[in-house]
Design a binder for this molecule. Structure first.
Ligand SMILES: Cc1cn([C@H]2C[C@H](O)[C@@H](COP(=O)(O)OP(=O)(O)O[C@H]3O[C@H](C)C(=O)[C@H](O)[C@H]3O)O2)c(=O)[nH]c1=O
Length: 347
């Protein structure tokens, strides 16, 4: 089986690539990535020499290139993770999100439709987000039946790409599965998202900018558990089904930040160690969704998935990873990897 994984050098993508390459030596895994600011081959150093792994430097925005790759490699299945994913960036530059998340997805769907004349044993698996459902009040959970109600340019672009995947399924028969996940955390996440940003800032004794009153709620999912869920949905999920993947793990931002500070202070054991004093309340994010919380009961009951680590365990592993990989952190924040890849892939 030839599997195309898009965005495989990114945060969630690299965990999915690693899991598939190691667990399924009989599959050919093709990692397609544009190596933008958040994609990094360093994330996959441990699997790059494996016989069943191939890296393809390409951008899903380039329809001709995507068409050519489908023609050359004859992929059987696609796991589509490539996306612009940061809400704040989508507020300052919505067009980039339309281009990559909507048009890029369309380019992949068009190639799948063209080259999969026979849809037998084919699959287009789209990885999406719980943000498509909008925001919740103090109670209730997003289920697969919740209506779409996106609030940010990012979530609007992901909602649109979900709709296109379903539309290609209905209109042209492209076999698809969609999963919508909650907030991921873990090793290799670009330090713009809350947890790695705050770890990095604590290490460097920089302010911890809490948006608004900090009483926004997110459901946190360890990235390796997400990769396991994707593996299950890919192999055992039903065509045309959606699976919500969450951590059963809701935290208000400010409580999470206090916990993070506590663990970091213990680990860093600095004399002036009271990281909580770095907490600074700043202007709120426009259109900030109050609460995301996911009902992951369907994937739990139908496919037997549940998180394997508690939040405290996952957070501890995450913090340890960042503390042991300070060079990685330095290289991603300085843009050193990107500069290197630009040179390497000049032609
Ligand atoms: C970066 C930052 C964030 N925040 C707040 C904003 C949110 O309430 C929470 C998490 O923010 P973050 O930007 O890390 O993630 P979300 O906006 O919830 O979205 C994330 O989870 C979903 C599922 C995806 O699909 C997105 O791709 C992913 O980025 O912390 C702050 O208070 N300060 C900060 O500096």
């Amino acid at each position: 089986m030839k599997i195309l994984i898009t965005g495989g050098a990114g945060f969630i993508g690299s965990h999915v690539v690693r899991l598939f390459v190691n667990k399924y030596p009989e599959y050919e895994i093709f990692n397609l990535d544009a190596l933008t600011y958040a994609g990094n081959l360093e994330n996959l150093k441990d699997v790059e020499a494996k016989a069943n792994y191939t890296f393809l430097k390409a951008d899903i925005n380039d329809a001709n290139e995507i068409d050519k790759l489908f023609n050359d490699y004859d992929f059987d299945k696609v796991i589509h993770l490539a996306a612009e994913s940061h809400v704040d960036r989508s507020i300052s530059n919505p067009l980039a999100f339309v281009e990559t998340n909507i048009l890029g997805t369309l380019n992949l769907l068009n190639a799948a439709r063209k080259y999969w004349a026979d849809y037998n044993d084919k699959l287009f698996y789209h990885i999406s987000t719980d943000e498509v459902y909008g925001t919740l009040g103090d109670s209730g959970l997003f289920t697969e039946k919740s209506s779409y109600d996106p609030n940010s340019p990012y979530s609007a672009s992901k909602a649109s790409s979900d709709h296109f995947v379903r539309a290609y399924g209905e209109t042209y028969g492209v076999p698809y599965i969609i999963s919508n996940c909650s907030n991921n955390y873990g090793p290799n996440q670009f330090p713009e998202k809350l947890i790695p940003l705050f770890i990095n800032n604590i290490v460097n004794k920089k302010e911890l900018p809490v948006y608004g009153d900090g009483k926004y709620t997110r459901d946190w999912l360890f990235v390796k558990d997400h990769a396991i869920a994707i593996d299950l949905a890919f192999h055992k999920g039903e065509i045309k089904e959606t699976y919500n993947i969450g951590g059963f793990n809701e935290w208000q931002n400010i409580d999470l930040i206090q916990l993070l500070c506590k663990i970091m202070d213990k680990k860093l054991a600095r004399e002036d160690g009271d990281s909580a004093r770095l907490i600074t309340y700043v202007k709120d994010r426009p259109g900030h969704d109050k609460r995301y919380a996911i009902d992951a009961g369907k994937i739990n009951k139908r496919l037997g998935w549940k998180p394997s680590v508690t939040f405290e365990e996952g957070l501890e592993k995450t913090i340890d990873w960042y503390l042991h990989n300070s060079q990685w952190l330095q290289n991603v924040t300085s843009g050193a990897y990107q500069k290197y890849y630009k040179e390497q892939y000049k032609s």
